[in-house]
Design a protein around this ligand. Structure first.
Ligand code: HEC
Ligand code: HEC
Length: 665
């Protein structure tokens, strides 16, 4: 009997420790869950210590409370997984901590049941009844906690944890200013209004949540009590901005006057940003006030505020898309993009006059060429598949696997001048190419407009700048999936919707690597400060069981020479993926169905030929490609979802099409 108590005590001790361990992390994004885990942890650890001390004497209340803290917790967890989770819109994902914790609770429960059973051994008749009572105590306890959790959830809407794992579009609310301030004077004062020479109208507002609906309420005044923080933050109090006098630049500092009831006026300097700062952006003090993180959200074409980080260029961003990052030495202009569009479609840019960029990047195929690998102007084959140019403006790195190629301007010179393999074949033909272009009157006009300050604008540097500017305009965000996300529920079929749920779920892991608005972890936007360059080995090859990939492609290993980098490639965006077959860096998978089967298998087993080897066992394979089982229906659902990422309009958009055809020459 004691041994069972010892086991249950150990089980609950472990479960309690895990609960305490995961509590702080949850607390930050799901306070209700964090608090519940902390409470469970304290109770379980407390129980196990009590049981160790007095277990020998087998107190009755200790047995019953133990049953609830073990079996009850398992029952509660099962209910949250299969029915509904209090304070959340979806179940918590199951990870190792969960499994170990539930196993420990299960062990404690079984041990306690054994203890109960031994206790009643002598009285045979009552044994079954006692076991039934013990089990139902645990079950009912779990049910009660779960039910009351569900009942009180609606009372605390701001504690609800939303699991919007991956498709979190950068949504820009209306333009607003935020700050955090502490007043250290003696008497309270009231902020009555704010004003700035740069902004026509600034009003104090608060967003409130009633019955789950957000409303903006104007604030007459805001009281500053001494030594108390007043915080204006997204989702709460804010200064609403309307009408702009002059232009705003990203990072610009705008002075704003704060007017108080006491008659005092202070000036607070706000930094214009596109997104909430992650660290401290400024700190200042003025007349008894300490001010931190005063910032304004600059939005694109909303409420008259336009971020002019790009020298006044009007991005035609798909709804909800963030501003792309643009290098300082090549700010966007409509003129450069226009010149770049002509160059992109012009075979005269290649050494022998036979191949344009568009020869390997065809609009109808989302700017791929439909081949496993491409052929250059002189017949050389490229080692890799021509990638889609959909939304490349947001790529963190360029090409399939180069952690050092961070800007388009540096990538684009490769097809122009590269000799291994020859693509455009300009090297050795520089003068011929420039002369060809110079002789065309249209280019005389286009170059002069794009580079107005320059006497001799026909340079390869300018050609690169113009091509990059054009390629940055290739933005796609009007697929059926996008329409669905904007509220048109009919845009996605039932099947595509099921596929989307699978794509986002933890079971299939896709979203870890194909995440965010561009379906690639390898994404940067104008305001990105973190330098992340993700690459993964997905188990495509394992030549000879050594982990090697099929030559000449070995992923970023080619650059870093680190063994663990073998086979690591950039996760490509999946936008327009239905148009970009064949797939993977070497075009070695022909259909989307086959790609899905490849992930289901957890890699690719090649049984014969020079690349034979079981990719599923590649030692460098990412842990996110474990394999899974799929029904035929689920496979079709996955494909339907990937097909819903096709933006037909993008493939026909006249802004991206061949200008020589459009203008009839
Ligand atoms: C011979 C076919 C071919 C030609 C011509 C060609 N490309 Fe490419 N392009 C490719 C291939 C193949 C890759 C992938 C390279 C790699 O991963 O090493 C690529 C990659 C790119 C990328 C990187 C995309 C990404 O997601 O990282 C851009 C941008 C690009 N090309 C633009 C251009 C431009 C602009 C031109 C004309 C100057 C051009 N390409 C000419 C075949 C071609
Ligand atoms: C570990 C990260 C990771 C996970 C998880 C992952 N992918 Fe990928 N995906 C990649 C990488 C890297 C590539 C390119 C691999 C290569 O070319 O060698 C890729 C390529 C693809 C391609 C081909 C794209 C093209 O243009 O060639 C598709 C389609 C795709 N993944 C879909 C999925 C789906 C669906 C899932 C979930 C079942 C998934 N991926 C899970 C990293 C991942």
């Amino acid at each position: 009997m004691t041994i069972f108590f010892l086991l249950s005590s150990l089980g609950l001790f472990l479960a309690g420790l895990i609960h305490l361990f995961i509590s702080p992390d949850h607390f930050s994004h799901a306070p209700a869950h964090g608090a519940f885990f902390a409470l469970s942890g304290v109770l379980q650890v407390g129980w196990s210590l009590l049981a160790l001390r007095s277990g020998l004497r087998q107190r009755r209340w200790l047995r019953w409370s133990g049953l609830i803290l073990s079996g009850g917790m398992v029952a509660l967890w099962l209910l949250t997984q299969w029915v509904q989770t209090p304070f959340a819109d979806a179940p918590e994902p199951v990870d190792w901590a969960t499994l170990i914790c539930k196993a420990a609770e299960g062990l404690a429960f079984v041990s306690l049941i054994a203890a109960v059973s031994r206790n009643t051994e002598a009285r045979r008749g009552s044994q079954a009844a006692a076991l039934l009572r013990a089990t139902s105590t645990a079950g009912l306890g779990g049910l009660l906690v779960w039910g009351s959790g569900l009942l009180v959830t609606p009372l605390f809407p701001n504690l609800i944890h939303t699991h919007n794992h991956s498709l979190n579009f950068a949504v820009f609310p209306s333009s607003a200013a935020y700050f955090s301030m502490v007043y250290s004077g003696k008497e309270a004062d009231q902020l009555t209004s704010v004003s700035s020479a740069r902004i026509q109208s600034m009003t104090l507002h608060e967003t409130t949540l009633t019955d789950g609906v957000a409303r903006m309420v104007p604030l007459e005044t805001v009281t500053f009590t001494p030594h108390t923080v007043v915080s204006f933050a997204p989702g709460g109090k804010h200064i609403m901005l309307d009408g702009l006098a002059g232009d705003l630049y990203n990072g610009e500092i705008i002075p704003v006057q704060f007017h108080f009831a006491s008659g005092r006026t202070i000036t607070v300097h706000f930094t214009v940003l596109q997104d909430a700062p992650t660290g401290r952006v400024n700190f200042a003090s003025s007349d008894g006030f300490q001010i931190t993180n005063a910032w304004m959200r600059a939005t694109v074409n909303a409420n008259g505020l336009i971020s002019l980080a790009d020298g006044g260029y009007e991005w035609q961003l798909p709804p909800g898309f963030p501003l792309p990052r643009v290098p300082d030495n090549n700010p966007m202009t409509a003129e450069k993009a226009e010149l770049g569009r002509y160059l992109f479609y012009d075979q005269r840019l290649s050494g022998n006059g036979t191949l344009a960029c568009a020869g390997c990047h065809i609009q109808a195929l989302a700017f791929t060429d439909g081949k496993a690998v491409s052929s250059g102007s002189t017949g050389d084959s490229t080692p890799r598949n021509s990638p889609s140019l959909t939304n490349v403006a947001y790529n963190a790195t360029y090409t399939w696997s180069n952690p050092n190629l961070l800007v388009l301007e540096r990538q684009i010179v490769i097809p122009m001048f590269g000799e291994h393999p020859v693509e455009m074949g300009i090297t050795g033909n520089e003068n011929t190419v420039i002369t060809r272009l110079q002789q065309d009157e249209r280019y005389q006009r286009l170059f002069a407009a794009a580079f107005p300050q320059q006497v001799q604008p026909f340079t390869f540097n300018n050609i690169t700048l113009a091509l990059s500017s054009f390629v940055r305009t290739l933005l796609s965000g009007n697929s059926a999936y996008d329409q669905y996300m904007r509220g048109n529920t009919a845009a996605l079929s039932e099947s595509a919707r099921r596929g989307m749920d699978m794509f986002l779920s933890e079971n299939f892991e896709c979203h870890h690597c194909h995440t965010g608005f561009n379906f690639s972890l390898s994404t940067v936007i104008a305001s990105t400060t973190l330098d992340e360059r993700p690459f993964f080995n997905t188990g495509l090859y394992n030549v000879g069981g050594t982990g090697a990939y099929a030559a000449p492609n070995s992923g970023i290993y080619e650059i870093t020479n680190r063994p663990e980098d073998m086979g690591r490639f950039r996760p490509p965006s999946l936008r327009n993926v239905a148009l970009t077959a064949p797939y993977m860096h070497d075009g070695s998978i022909t259909t989307l169905e086959a790609v899905i089967q490849f992930y289901a298998d957890g890699g690719r087993n090649i049984t014969e030929g020079e690349f034979a080897g079981d990719g599923r066992k590649n030692p460098f394979k990412s842990g996110f490609v474990p394999g899974f089982t799929l029904s035929d229906q689920q496979k079709a659902d996955f494909v339907a979802f990937l097909e819903s990422l096709t933006d037909e309009q993008f493939t026909r958009d006249p802004r991206f099409s061949d200008p020589f055809i459009v203008s009839g020459s």
